[in-house]
Design a protein around this ligand. Structure first.
Ligand code: SAH
Length: 345
Protein backbone atom coordinates (compact mmCIF):
# COMPACT_ATOMS: atom_id res chain seq x y z
CA UNK A 1 0.00 0.00 0.00
CA UNK A 2 1.16 3.52 -0.54
CA UNK A 3 0.54 6.83 1.06
CA UNK A 4 -0.76 9.82 -0.78
CA UNK A 5 0.55 12.65 1.31
CA UNK A 6 0.22 15.63 -0.98
CA UNK A 7 2.99 18.14 -0.46
CA UNK A 8 1.35 20.88 -2.46
CA UNK A 9 -1.87 20.78 -0.49
CA UNK A 10 0.17 20.60 2.69
CA UNK A 11 1.76 23.88 1.74
CA UNK A 12 -1.37 25.69 0.84
CA UNK A 13 -3.70 24.32 3.49
CA UNK A 14 -1.93 22.91 6.52
CA UNK A 15 -5.04 21.92 8.41
CA UNK A 16 -6.56 19.79 5.66
CA UNK A 17 -6.63 16.04 5.81
CA UNK A 18 -3.89 14.94 3.46
CA UNK A 19 -3.62 11.22 4.07
CA UNK A 20 -5.94 8.98 2.24
CA UNK A 21 -4.61 5.44 2.52
CA UNK A 22 -4.31 3.24 5.52
CA UNK A 23 -1.00 1.40 5.58
CA UNK A 24 -0.12 1.56 9.26
CA UNK A 25 3.57 1.90 8.50
CA UNK A 26 3.20 4.70 6.00
CA UNK A 27 -0.04 6.33 6.91
CA UNK A 28 1.53 8.77 9.30
CA UNK A 29 4.62 9.53 7.27
CA UNK A 30 5.57 12.91 8.50
CA UNK A 31 7.04 16.11 7.23
CA UNK A 32 10.06 15.47 9.44
CA UNK A 33 10.67 11.99 8.07
CA UNK A 34 10.46 13.53 4.65
CA UNK A 35 13.23 15.90 5.66
CA UNK A 36 15.60 13.10 6.54
CA UNK A 37 15.14 11.27 3.28
CA UNK A 38 15.60 14.17 0.89
CA UNK A 39 18.22 13.70 -1.80
CA UNK A 40 17.24 15.91 -4.71
CA UNK A 41 16.50 19.59 -4.90
CA UNK A 42 12.86 18.80 -5.65
CA UNK A 43 12.59 16.72 -2.51
CA UNK A 44 14.28 19.41 -0.49
CA UNK A 45 11.68 21.89 -1.67
CA UNK A 46 8.97 19.43 -0.61
CA UNK A 47 10.60 19.05 2.82
CA UNK A 48 10.84 22.80 3.25
CA UNK A 49 7.19 23.23 2.27
CA UNK A 50 6.12 20.52 4.72
CA UNK A 51 8.14 22.11 7.53
CA UNK A 52 6.53 25.46 6.76
CA UNK A 53 3.07 23.95 6.83
CA UNK A 54 3.72 22.27 10.20
CA UNK A 55 4.92 25.59 11.56
CA UNK A 56 1.81 27.31 10.16
CA UNK A 57 -0.37 24.70 11.85
CA UNK A 58 1.39 25.19 15.21
CA UNK A 59 0.94 28.95 14.90
CA UNK A 60 -2.72 28.53 13.94
CA UNK A 61 -3.38 26.27 16.95
CA UNK A 62 -1.65 28.70 19.34
CA UNK A 63 -3.61 31.67 18.01
CA UNK A 64 -6.88 29.74 18.04
CA UNK A 65 -6.53 28.86 21.72
CA UNK A 66 -5.09 32.27 22.64
CA UNK A 67 -8.27 33.81 21.30
CA UNK A 68 -10.94 31.30 22.31
CA UNK A 69 -9.91 29.93 25.73
CA UNK A 70 -11.25 32.90 27.72
CA UNK A 71 -14.71 32.50 26.19
CA UNK A 72 -14.73 28.75 26.81
CA UNK A 73 -13.70 29.22 30.44
CA UNK A 74 -16.31 31.91 31.02
CA UNK A 75 -19.12 29.65 29.87
CA UNK A 76 -17.87 26.09 30.44
CA UNK A 77 -15.15 26.35 33.06
CA UNK A 78 -11.63 24.97 32.99
CA UNK A 79 -12.19 21.60 31.24
CA UNK A 80 -11.97 22.04 27.49
CA UNK A 81 -13.22 18.61 26.53
CA UNK A 82 -16.41 16.59 25.98
CA UNK A 83 -18.51 15.32 28.86
CA UNK A 84 -19.24 11.61 29.39
CA UNK A 85 -22.97 10.87 29.54
CA UNK A 86 -25.05 7.74 29.89
CA UNK A 87 -26.13 6.65 26.38
CA UNK A 88 -29.61 7.87 25.42
CA UNK A 89 -29.72 10.18 28.41
CA UNK A 90 -32.58 12.47 27.51
CA UNK A 91 -32.41 14.64 30.64
CA UNK A 92 -31.90 18.32 30.00
CA UNK A 93 -28.84 18.75 32.14
CA UNK A 94 -28.07 21.98 33.91
CA UNK A 95 -24.69 23.67 33.47
CA UNK A 96 -23.40 21.88 36.53
CA UNK A 97 -24.66 18.61 35.01
CA UNK A 98 -22.43 19.19 32.02
CA UNK A 99 -19.46 20.06 34.19
CA UNK A 100 -20.04 16.89 36.17
CA UNK A 101 -20.04 15.03 32.85
CA UNK A 102 -16.62 16.49 32.04
CA UNK A 103 -15.27 15.22 35.36
CA UNK A 104 -16.93 11.88 34.62
CA UNK A 105 -14.96 11.81 31.36
CA UNK A 106 -11.73 11.97 33.37
CA UNK A 107 -12.90 9.33 35.85
CA UNK A 108 -14.17 6.98 33.14
CA UNK A 109 -10.89 7.34 31.26
CA UNK A 110 -8.92 6.34 34.36
CA UNK A 111 -11.28 3.44 34.99
CA UNK A 112 -10.98 2.22 31.39
CA UNK A 113 -7.19 2.36 31.69
CA UNK A 114 -7.31 0.25 34.83
CA UNK A 115 -6.51 2.93 37.40
CA UNK A 116 -9.26 1.69 39.62
CA UNK A 117 -7.98 1.02 43.09
CA UNK A 118 -5.82 2.64 45.74
CA UNK A 119 -2.86 0.44 44.88
CA UNK A 120 -2.90 1.67 41.27
CA UNK A 121 -3.50 5.27 42.30
CA UNK A 122 -0.50 5.23 44.64
CA UNK A 123 1.80 4.39 41.72
CA UNK A 124 1.00 7.69 40.04
CA UNK A 125 3.45 10.28 41.29
CA UNK A 126 4.32 12.19 38.14
CA UNK A 127 1.90 13.14 35.37
CA UNK A 128 2.37 14.87 32.04
CA UNK A 129 -0.73 16.55 30.59
CA UNK A 130 -0.04 16.71 26.86
CA UNK A 131 -2.10 19.48 25.29
CA UNK A 132 -3.23 20.79 28.67
CA UNK A 133 -5.59 23.63 27.75
CA UNK A 134 -5.94 25.79 30.86
CA UNK A 135 -4.98 22.88 33.05
CA UNK A 136 -8.30 21.45 34.25
CA UNK A 137 -7.13 17.83 33.99
CA UNK A 138 -3.76 18.52 35.63
CA UNK A 139 -5.23 20.22 38.65
CA UNK A 140 -7.89 17.53 39.04
CA UNK A 141 -5.47 14.61 38.66
CA UNK A 142 -2.74 16.15 40.82
CA UNK A 143 -5.26 16.72 43.62
CA UNK A 144 -6.80 13.26 43.22
CA UNK A 145 -3.49 11.37 43.31
CA UNK A 146 -1.43 13.78 45.42
CA UNK A 147 0.89 13.75 42.40
CA UNK A 148 2.87 16.32 40.45
CA UNK A 149 1.70 17.30 37.01
CA UNK A 150 3.34 19.24 34.21
CA UNK A 151 1.12 20.50 31.41
CA UNK A 152 2.20 21.54 27.94
CA UNK A 153 0.28 23.60 25.40
CA UNK A 154 1.13 25.60 22.28
CA UNK A 155 -0.80 28.60 23.58
CA UNK A 156 1.05 31.08 25.83
CA UNK A 157 -2.30 32.51 26.95
CA UNK A 158 -3.41 29.05 28.13
CA UNK A 159 -0.11 28.32 29.92
CA UNK A 160 -0.33 31.60 31.82
CA UNK A 161 -3.99 31.15 32.74
CA UNK A 162 -3.33 27.54 33.82
CA UNK A 163 -0.48 28.70 36.11
CA UNK A 164 -2.62 31.54 37.51
CA UNK A 165 -5.46 29.13 38.31
CA UNK A 166 -2.99 26.75 39.97
CA UNK A 167 -1.69 29.60 42.12
CA UNK A 168 -5.24 30.68 43.02
CA UNK A 169 -5.97 27.10 44.15
CA UNK A 170 -2.67 26.83 46.08
CA UNK A 171 -1.48 24.11 43.75
CA UNK A 172 1.64 25.78 42.33
CA UNK A 173 3.86 23.40 44.29
CA UNK A 174 2.22 20.45 42.50
CA UNK A 175 1.33 21.60 38.99
CA UNK A 176 2.95 23.81 36.40
CA UNK A 177 2.37 24.65 32.78
CA UNK A 178 4.58 25.68 29.92
CA UNK A 179 4.54 26.25 26.20
CA UNK A 180 6.05 23.22 24.51
CA UNK A 181 5.40 20.98 21.53
CA UNK A 182 3.93 17.53 22.17
CA UNK A 183 5.97 16.26 19.23
CA UNK A 184 9.23 17.36 20.82
CA UNK A 185 8.67 17.31 24.56
CA UNK A 186 11.24 18.98 26.83
CA UNK A 187 11.39 15.98 29.21
CA UNK A 188 13.83 13.16 29.77
CA UNK A 189 12.91 9.58 28.85
CA UNK A 190 10.81 7.55 31.28
CA UNK A 191 9.79 10.44 33.54
CA UNK A 192 6.01 10.06 33.95
CA UNK A 193 3.80 7.43 35.58
CA UNK A 194 0.75 8.78 33.77
CA UNK A 195 0.90 10.23 30.27
CA UNK A 196 -2.40 11.98 29.69
CA UNK A 197 -3.64 13.38 26.40
CA UNK A 198 -7.23 14.59 26.59
CA UNK A 199 -8.50 15.82 23.22
CA UNK A 200 -5.17 17.04 21.89
CA UNK A 201 -4.22 14.13 19.57
CA UNK A 202 -6.54 15.43 16.85
CA UNK A 203 -4.27 18.46 16.48
CA UNK A 204 -1.09 16.44 15.91
CA UNK A 205 0.17 16.55 12.31
CA UNK A 206 2.34 13.46 12.78
CA UNK A 207 0.56 10.75 14.77
CA UNK A 208 3.55 8.39 14.70
CA UNK A 209 5.82 11.01 16.24
CA UNK A 210 3.12 11.93 18.74
CA UNK A 211 2.77 8.34 19.93
CA UNK A 212 6.56 7.88 19.97
CA UNK A 213 6.92 10.90 22.26
CA UNK A 214 4.16 9.68 24.59
CA UNK A 215 5.89 6.32 24.83
CA UNK A 216 9.34 7.88 25.31
CA UNK A 217 8.34 10.04 28.29
CA UNK A 218 6.32 7.26 29.98
CA UNK A 219 8.06 5.56 32.90
CA UNK A 220 8.43 1.77 32.82
CA UNK A 221 5.10 0.48 34.12
CA UNK A 222 3.52 3.86 33.34
CA UNK A 223 0.15 4.29 31.68
CA UNK A 224 -0.68 6.19 28.54
CA UNK A 225 -4.22 7.51 28.01
CA UNK A 226 -5.22 9.11 24.73
CA UNK A 227 -8.77 10.42 24.42
CA UNK A 228 -9.30 11.90 21.01
CA UNK A 229 -11.45 12.66 17.99
CA UNK A 230 -11.02 10.01 15.33
CA UNK A 231 -12.62 9.15 12.04
CA UNK A 232 -14.42 5.80 11.78
CA UNK A 233 -12.35 2.66 11.29
CA UNK A 234 -12.06 1.68 7.63
CA UNK A 235 -13.54 -1.68 6.77
CA UNK A 236 -11.47 -4.47 5.21
CA UNK A 237 -10.60 -3.57 1.63
CA UNK A 238 -11.54 0.08 2.08
CA UNK A 239 -8.62 2.36 1.32
CA UNK A 240 -10.01 5.74 2.27
CA UNK A 241 -13.07 7.52 3.59
CA UNK A 242 -15.81 8.36 1.10
CA UNK A 243 -15.30 11.74 -0.61
CA UNK A 244 -18.33 13.26 1.18
CA UNK A 245 -16.93 12.08 4.52
CA UNK A 246 -13.57 13.60 3.73
CA UNK A 247 -15.23 16.87 2.71
CA UNK A 248 -17.06 17.06 6.01
CA UNK A 249 -13.85 16.48 7.98
CA UNK A 250 -11.96 19.02 5.87
CA UNK A 251 -14.47 21.71 6.76
CA UNK A 252 -14.06 20.95 10.47
CA UNK A 253 -10.27 20.85 10.13
CA UNK A 254 -10.21 24.29 8.64
CA UNK A 255 -11.92 25.98 11.59
CA UNK A 256 -10.40 23.98 14.44
CA UNK A 257 -6.83 23.84 13.10
CA UNK A 258 -6.69 20.09 12.70
CA UNK A 259 -4.43 18.16 10.32
CA UNK A 260 -5.10 14.62 9.09
CA UNK A 261 -7.46 12.55 11.24
CA UNK A 262 -6.93 8.87 11.85
CA UNK A 263 -8.99 6.02 13.30
CA UNK A 264 -8.73 4.26 16.65
CA UNK A 265 -7.44 1.20 14.73
CA UNK A 266 -4.58 3.36 13.44
CA UNK A 267 -3.67 4.38 17.00
CA UNK A 268 -3.77 0.75 18.09
CA UNK A 269 -1.39 -0.21 15.25
CA UNK A 270 0.98 2.54 16.26
CA UNK A 271 0.97 1.45 19.89
CA UNK A 272 1.48 -2.17 18.84
CA UNK A 273 4.58 -1.12 16.93
CA UNK A 274 6.09 -0.05 20.30
CA UNK A 275 5.48 -3.39 22.03
CA UNK A 276 3.28 -1.92 24.72
CA UNK A 277 1.04 -3.90 27.06
CA UNK A 278 -2.71 -3.87 27.75
CA UNK A 279 -3.52 -1.98 24.56
CA UNK A 280 -7.24 -1.23 24.62
CA UNK A 281 -9.57 1.08 22.79
CA UNK A 282 -13.24 1.96 22.84
CA UNK A 283 -15.70 4.03 20.91
CA UNK A 284 -17.40 6.49 23.26
CA UNK A 285 -19.28 8.40 20.56
CA UNK A 286 -22.64 7.56 22.10
CA UNK A 287 -21.48 8.71 25.50
CA UNK A 288 -20.55 12.16 24.24
CA UNK A 289 -23.60 12.70 22.01
CA UNK A 290 -25.33 15.30 24.25
CA UNK A 291 -22.21 17.47 24.39
CA UNK A 292 -22.21 19.55 21.17
CA UNK A 293 -25.94 20.25 21.27
CA UNK A 294 -25.41 21.57 24.80
CA UNK A 295 -22.50 23.76 23.69
CA UNK A 296 -24.64 25.16 20.87
CA UNK A 297 -27.48 25.87 23.30
CA UNK A 298 -25.16 27.87 25.54
CA UNK A 299 -23.76 29.75 22.53
CA UNK A 300 -27.30 30.76 21.60
CA UNK A 301 -28.09 32.33 24.98
CA UNK A 302 -27.81 36.09 25.31
CA UNK A 303 -24.65 35.74 27.42
CA UNK A 304 -23.21 33.27 24.92
CA UNK A 305 -23.87 35.47 21.93
CA UNK A 306 -22.43 38.60 23.53
CA UNK A 307 -19.32 36.70 24.65
CA UNK A 308 -18.93 35.18 21.18
CA UNK A 309 -19.02 38.54 19.50
CA UNK A 310 -16.51 39.93 21.99
CA UNK A 311 -14.19 36.97 21.61
CA UNK A 312 -13.57 37.35 17.86
CA UNK A 313 -13.74 35.69 14.49
CA UNK A 314 -12.07 32.42 15.46
CA UNK A 315 -14.68 31.80 18.14
CA UNK A 316 -17.51 32.74 15.81
CA UNK A 317 -16.21 30.40 13.11
CA UNK A 318 -15.82 27.70 15.77
CA UNK A 319 -19.45 28.13 16.82
CA UNK A 320 -20.64 27.95 13.21
CA UNK A 321 -18.72 24.68 12.74
CA UNK A 322 -20.28 22.94 15.75
CA UNK A 323 -23.29 21.62 13.80
CA UNK A 324 -20.82 19.82 11.51
CA UNK A 325 -19.44 17.95 14.52
CA UNK A 326 -22.97 16.81 15.35
CA UNK A 327 -23.51 15.76 11.73
CA UNK A 328 -20.20 13.88 11.73
CA UNK A 329 -21.17 11.90 14.82
CA UNK A 330 -24.70 11.25 13.58
CA UNK A 331 -23.47 9.95 10.24
CA UNK A 332 -20.84 7.79 11.92
CA UNK A 333 -17.84 9.53 10.32
CA UNK A 334 -16.55 11.02 13.56
CA UNK A 335 -15.80 8.75 16.48
CA UNK A 336 -14.86 9.73 19.99
CA UNK A 337 -12.12 7.29 20.90
CA UNK A 338 -10.15 6.28 23.96
CA UNK A 339 -6.94 4.33 23.50
CA UNK A 340 -4.86 3.21 26.47
CA UNK A 341 -1.85 1.03 27.18
CA UNK A 342 0.90 0.34 29.66
CA UNK A 343 4.65 0.60 29.12
CA UNK A 344 6.35 -2.65 30.15
CA UNK A 345 8.48 -2.60 33.30
N1 SAH B 1 -6.65 18.72 27.44
C1 SAH B 1 -7.27 19.98 27.68
C2 SAH B 1 -7.34 20.89 26.45
C3 SAH B 1 -7.88 20.31 25.15
S1 SAH B 1 -7.84 21.55 23.87
C4 SAH B 1 -8.60 19.79 28.34
O1 SAH B 1 -9.14 18.70 28.25
O2 SAH B 1 -9.10 20.73 28.97
C5 SAH B 1 -6.43 21.04 22.91
C6 SAH B 1 -5.10 21.43 23.53
O3 SAH B 1 -4.06 20.78 22.76
C7 SAH B 1 -4.74 22.91 23.52
O4 SAH B 1 -4.24 23.25 24.77
C8 SAH B 1 -3.61 23.03 22.47
O5 SAH B 1 -2.68 24.05 22.72
C9 SAH B 1 -2.96 21.67 22.66
N2 SAH B 1 -2.10 21.27 21.55
C10 SAH B 1 -2.43 21.07 20.26
N3 SAH B 1 -1.34 20.72 19.55
C11 SAH B 1 -0.29 20.70 20.40
C12 SAH B 1 1.08 20.41 20.29
N4 SAH B 1 1.64 20.07 19.12
N5 SAH B 1 1.85 20.49 21.39
C13 SAH B 1 1.32 20.82 22.59
N6 SAH B 1 0.02 21.10 22.77
C14 SAH B 1 -0.78 21.04 21.69
Amino acid sequence: MKTTIAPSSLTSLPHRTNLSLRSSSLLFRSPSSMTTTTTSRGNMAVAAAAATSTEALRKGIAEFYNETSGLWEEIWGDHMHHGFYEPDSSVQLSDSGHRDAQIRMIEESLRFAGVTDEEEEKKIKKIVDVGCGIGGSSRYLASKFGAESIGITLSPVQAKRANDLAAAQSLSNKVSFQVADALDQPFEDGKFDLVWSMESGEHMPDKAKFVKELVRVAAPGGRIIIVTWCHRNLSAGEKALQPWEQDLLDKICKTFYLPAWCSTDDYVHLLESHSLQDIKCADWSENVAPFWPAVIRTALTWKGLVSLLRSGMKSIKGALTMPLMIEGYKKGVIKFGIITCKKPL
